[in-house]
Each structure stands twice: as structure tokens, then as C-alpha cells.
Ligand binder design. Structure first.
Ligand code: G4P
Length: 529
């Protein structure tokens, strides 16, 4: 493939994730995006929460039982000559670690807000993470077919709470039973609302020009208010500015109703027209450009048992440069080993299939048996190390105990693998034998207990461990580090990737140790290196 062809592939790719608080409409919108792209013909195939239909992301029993989506999945579809990769994120806050790591693999985000509720807790957290990386955000105000809050109020809240400027691209006409459609500020046209269903309806009716007499005929009571609102919006709010969007300081805002397929096409168009193509990435030794000839990428997620028919683990790798070709040799940098990529898979709307090629921005799935870890870099040989994949200091701790002592080997193996996968953090004390599990959310323990049982045949109970928090340890001062290790031996452990970790029993003991050893750094976040 020539340099020009490679650059063309990169320019025609978009990789984004939907961020939202649970129930804002992420699943519904995902379905509608797939519907518009033609990837599916009928909604209800991605996840039928209450309808009992086939559900791609409900791959684990526990998800089905609880009706929540634990694991992120990836979907790829074509739209307007572009390849779009949509990374799903678990909405439940107990799995936020997973979500944070997914956000390191995207180039833009689509924020969905329930317009009846406004900005909610999980949205705030997720947007904070996006901001760390200046990820451009498109905003969708959902559920205008219901009684919702004042639109200006909503924008004001987004600006205030999320600290990002709003540039409305469309503006709603009415709401609830009186929702008439939206006015497109850039195109000066009104898109008439029509309730849609599970299938894609014909194109919505468009009326050109806000002064078009037809609008007065159709909506005699609403037009005066719309005109004055538009005037206000145009006077008081920022106009759209691509640079601000790309810098992550301004978000284009769209209004609509996902369940009615209304306003969805406009978001897809915004992602294609404005969202960035795959971006250059820092790989420690240098910055890697997406259209470089050589292949490279990093693993941001590992998932087990995605499909009961394939009881394996899939490492999700974001391609950062070059061309992936089926059968090519990839170097697994951490293990310094070549891997022949014969059965690498891609993710379509509800199936996975062997892929022939992939480019920067695409997500490929590498089946593995436990030797790939989150954060691992793959290349064609160059010792790159992509940065920025975070691990957060856990806040909850448990000790795993088994009912049948003969299963100790299986328990160790299970915990080792689940730790590498990032399902939970697993610490091995330097002094002592019981593995300590750390999590950000309590549901993570439930998932681990469930998986230990179903995948490793281990019936384990988790007891609360009296640990306050964990900190990753580093120091340039070797003698001081050795002294620290000697003094704190009973509170030290290694994590799944072998990093030294300090497990503090109390807040006070952490503070004392920090004071006593100023040469040692106590990290709250570990970035994979
Ligand atoms: P999530 O993935 O963000 O958690 O949200 P999801 O799409 O599951 O949507 C949450 C609820 O909001 C669902 O209702 C869904 O139908 C509804 N919803 C989504 N978009 C719209 C919209 O544009 N208008 C209205 N009125 N409702 C919307 P549910 O009662 O929880 O489930 P269901 O029985 O409808 O599937």
C-alpha cells in the first residue's frame, strides 16, 4: 500500500465512544446509529433489555441477571465512505476503570444527556477523563419527545458544571407532545419531527429558511418564540468553531429523540465532518503518526468469554499506525516475542469475524491465553511503549478464601488471569500468602466471584481486608527505596504486572510513611509503561 493510500485510509476513519449517565439513552442511540449506517435493519438487536431479544453486549450471565452492561464492546460500521469505530462503555460506575481505559483508545466522544435530568454524576466523571486528553466532544440532548428542562437552562448547566462551551448546531422547537422538530442553525432549515420506530423511516421533511411562510402555517403558535430564542442563542452563545471543538474546549450541541430516530443523522454527520481522524500517539521513545508505514498499537482492554462458543480471551488493540494484515508477524514488546496474527478478529454490529486488514483507529481483537496484559504495545519490532493507559488506586479490598483447599492452584491461576485482564486488581503481599483483591466498585468483586466459579471451578468467598488504600511506589534513590522496603515489608505487595505497591491500613499510616520517606513517590494512578 502506498503512503497516499495509507493516508487516505486514516483520513476516512473515526473512532469514538458514547459517554453518558446510565439511562440517558446510550444503548438506544447506539442502535439508531447502527440503523442509520445500514449495519442493522431493525433496532432491538443490540440489546433488548426488557424485550428479551438477542443482546450483543450481554455476554455474561451476571449482566443478564442485573440488566446492566458490564463489559465494553466495539462496533464497526461504514457511513458516508468512512469506517466508524464505536466503542461502548459500561455505564455502571463500578466499572468505571474499564471505561477510563476505553476512553484512551478513542479520538472523540459523543456525550448523551437526558434532557429531563441534565448533567448527571457519571457524565461529570467521564468528561473529566476526556478533558485530561483534550478529547473533542459532540453533545446530544436526548428525549425531547418528553417533557424536558428548558434548553437554555441545560446548556447553561453544561457550561457551568462541565466547564465546556456550548455551540448549538440545532435548536428544538417545543418538547413533549408539542415537539415539532429542530431548526438547524448552520443550514438555516427546519427538520420536522416525526415519531420513528424500530425501522428506519423515510427522510424527515425539511423546510428551508426560518422565515419560510410554510412554518407559520404549520406552527402558528410556536414560530414567534422560536425566532426570539434563535436570536437569543445566536447573541448569547458561542458560534461553532472547529478549533475550539478539536481542542476540547467547545462542544457542538444537537437536540432530538434517539428512540424516535430523530436528530441521529445530524450527529453522525458531525462526527464525520468535524471529529478528528486517528491522531498521533505518544509511544515514549517518539510520537507515532497514524499514516506511518509500519504497524503499531496498544491493548486497552481484555475481555473473556465474549461468546460462549469461543471460550477464550480477547485482547482489544487500538491500531495506532500502519496497516495490519492477516497473518503478519507482530512483536509483543513486553515479552519481546513475535506473534503470528492469523485469527485476529474485528467487531461488526453483532458478530465478530476474522479480519484481513486494519488501519489506525481500528480496534482489532487478538485471541490469547493469558500472556497479553492491558497496556501492552505491539509493533513490527520497534521498541515503542504507548503511554496513558491508567490504573487507579483501588478503594475497596478483599481477601479471597476458598472452600475447597485442593483448589488453591486454580484460585491462583484465576486471580492471576483476572488481574492481568483488569477485571480486578490483584496484589501479592511480599510477606504472606493470601492474595488481596482491590476494586473501584463492589460489583467488580461479584463479577470476579462469578467468573472464578464458572471459568475456573473455584468457589471462593471474599472477606473484607482491613486496607484503606493502595499506592504504587517508585524512587530514584535506591538506598532509600531499600530502606523503605525493609521498614514497610509487611505492607508491601506486587500487582498483577509485578509493580511494587504499598497497601496502607489507615489514612494516617499512609501520611506517616509519605512524611518519613520523602524520597519515595506514592502514586495514586499508575500509567502503564
Ligand atoms: P442507557 O443505555 O444509557 O442506560 O439507556 P437506554 O438506551 O437503555 O435508555 C434508557 C431508557 O430511556 C429506556 O427506557 C429507553 O427506551 C428510554 N429512551 C431512550 N431514548 C429515548 C427518547 O428519545 N425518548 C424517550 N421518551 N425515551 C427514551 P426503559 O423504560 O428503561 O426501557 P425500554 O423498556 O423502553 O427499553
Amino acid at each position: 500500500m502506498t503512503q497516499l493510500e495509507l493516508a487516505h485510509e486514516v483520513a476516512h476513519r473515526r473512532t469514538f465512544a458514547i459517554i453518558s449517565h446510565p439511562d440517558a439513552g446510550k444503548t438506544t442511540l447506539t442502535e439508531k446509529l447502527l440503523l442509520f449506517s445500514g449495519a442493522i435493519q431493525q433496532a432491538g438487536t443490540v440489546k433488548g433489555k426488557k424485550t428479551g431479544k438477542f443482546a450483543t453486549s450481554d455476554w455474561m450471565d451476571i449482566e443478564k441477571q442485573r440488566g446492566i452492561s458490564v463489559a465494553s464492546s466495539v462496533m464497526q460500521f461504514d457511513y458516508r465512505d468512512h469506517t466508524v469505530n464505536l466503542l461502548d462503555t459500561p455505564g455502571h460506575q463500578d466499572f468505571s476503570e474499564d471505561t477510563y481505559r476505553v476512553l484512551t483508545a478513542v479520538d472523540s466522544g459523543l456525550m448523551v444527556i437526558d434532557a429531563a435530568k441534565g448533567v448527571e454524576a457519571q457524565t461529570i466523571k467521564l468528561l473529566d477523563v476526556c478533558r485530561l486528553r483534550h478529547t473533542p466532544i459532540v453533545t446530544f440532548m436526548n428525549k425531547y419527545d418528553r417533557e424536558v428542562r428548558e434548553s437554555l437552562d441545560l446548556l447553561d448547566e453544561v457550561e457551568r458544571v462541565l466547564n465546556i462551551q456550548c455551540a448549538p448546531i440545532t435548536w428544538p422547537i417545543g418538547m413533549g407532545k408539542h415537539f415539532r422538530g429542530v431548526y438547524h442553525l448552520l443550514r438555516d432549515e427546519v427538520l420536522l419531527f416525526e415519531a420513528g420506530g424500530e425501522k428506519l423511516t423515510l427522510d424527515v421533511e425539511v423546510i428551508k429558511g426560518i422565515d419560510n411562510p410554510r412554518l407559520n402555517e404549520l406552527f402558528p403558535s410556536e414560530m414567534a418564540q422560536l425566532r426570539s430564542e434563535i436570536e437569543l442563542v445566536q447573541g448569547a452563545l458561542q458560534p461553532f468553531d472547529l478549533e475550539g471543538f478539536l481542542a476540547g474546549t467547545l462542544t457542538p450541541v444537537f437536540f432530538g429523540s434517539a428512540i424516535n430516530n430523530f436528530g441521529v443523522r445530524e450527529i453522525l454527520d458531525a462526527l464525520i465532518d468535524w471529529a478528528p481522524a486517528p491522531q498521533p500517539r505518544d509511544a515514549t521513545v517518539r510520537v507515532v503518526e497514524p499514516a506511518e508505514e509500519k504497524f503499531s498499537g496498544f491493548v486497552f482492554k481484555i475481555q473473556a468469554n465474549m461468546d460462549p462458543k469461543h471460550r477464550d480471551r480477547i485482547a482489544f488493540l487500538r491500531v495506532c499506525s500502519g496497516q495490519f494484515e492477516r497473518g503478519m508477524k507482530m512483536r509483543h514488546i513486553r515479552l519481546n516475542r513475535d506473534v503470528a496474527a492469523n485469527s485476529v478478529v474485528t467487531f461488526m454490529s453483532h458478530d465478530r469475524e476474522i479480519i484481513e486488514e486494519a488501519f489506525a483507529g481500528d480496534i482489532i481483537g487478538i485471541p490469547n491465553h493469558g500472556n497479553i496484559q492491558i497496556g501492552d504495545t505491539f509493533s513490527e519490532g520497534e521498541k515503542l511503549a504507548f503511554t496513558g493507559i491508567p490504573f487507579f488506586a483501588p478503594e475497596l479490598f478483599r481477601v479471597a478464601r476458598i472452600k475447597n483447599p485442593l483448589k488453591i492452584k486454580q484460585l491462583q491461576k484465576g486471580l492471576q488471569q483476572l488481574g492481568e485482564e483488569g477485571a480486578v486488581q490483584v496484589f501479592k503481599p511480599l510477606n504472606g500468602s493470601d492474595a488481596i483483591l482491590g476494586a473501584v466498585g463492589v460489583l467488580q468483586f461479584e463479577v470476579v466471584a462469578h467468573r472464578l466459579m464458572s471459568e475456573y471451578g473455584v468457589d471462593a468467598v471474599f472477606e473484607t481486608a482491613s486496607i484503606y488504600t493502595a499506592r504504587w511506589i517508585s524512587s530514584d534513590n535506591r538506598p532509600k527505596l531499600a530502606e523503605f522496603e525493609k521498614t514497610e515489608m509487611n505492607n508491601l505487595a506486587t500487582d498483577a504486572a509485578g509493580n511494587l505497591t504499598y497497601l496502607a491500613g489507615h489514612r494516617v499510616s499512609l501520611e506517616l510513611s509519605e512524611k518519613r520517606f520523602p524520597e519515595v513517590t506514592f502514586h495514586k494512578i499508575r500509567e502503564h509503561s
